[in-house]
Write a protein that binds this ligand. Structure first.
Ligand code: 5GP
Ligand code: ZN
Length: 114
């Protein structure tokens, strides 16, 4: 996916502020943070939206979640609490069409989200 912003981060064409990386997952600070901790956790494989997850990617969300819990621990927000969010398509406000899990924490968050 030559034109995908997050694929360019995976390939190193654009250098994000990386906080975690392994064979399958890359995590970096959000450019426009909505909380003191706001990290995007993405699969290195291009998957456009949650709707596009197939049988071959069943383990992927677990890997994203596990990376998020690790980053939450390392960021000191595991005990105080945090939120993980995957926005899918227009009504949820998805703006980058490479699957990503938002890790948000470090402040109190209301429910339901706006
Ligand atoms: P979405 O709205 O698709 O769920 O989330 C996309 C997120 O990507 C937004 O929170 C936005 O701030 C973030 N973002 C957009 N462009 C960049 C970028 O170039 N670098 C980083 N680090 N984050 C970005
Ligand atoms: Zn991509």
């Amino acid at each position: 996916m030559a034109e995908c912003l997050f694929c360019k981060m995976v390939s190193g064409q654009i250098k994000p502020d990386t906080v975690y990386e392994d064979d399958d997952v890359l995590a970096f600070k959000d450019l426009n943070p909505q909380a003191p901790v706001h990290v995007l956790v993405i699969p290195k494989k291009h998957v456009a939206t949650l709707n596009d997850l197939g049988e071959a990617e069943t383990a992927l969300l677990g890997k994203l979640s596990l990376a998020a819990t690790r980053i939450a621990r390392e960021s000191g927000i595991a005990a105080s609490g945090y939120r993980t969010v995957v926005n899918c398509n227009a009504d949820a406000g998805q703006s980058v069409f490479h699957l990503h899990l938002h890790l948000l924490g470090g402040r109190f968050m209301r429910w339901p989200p706006g």
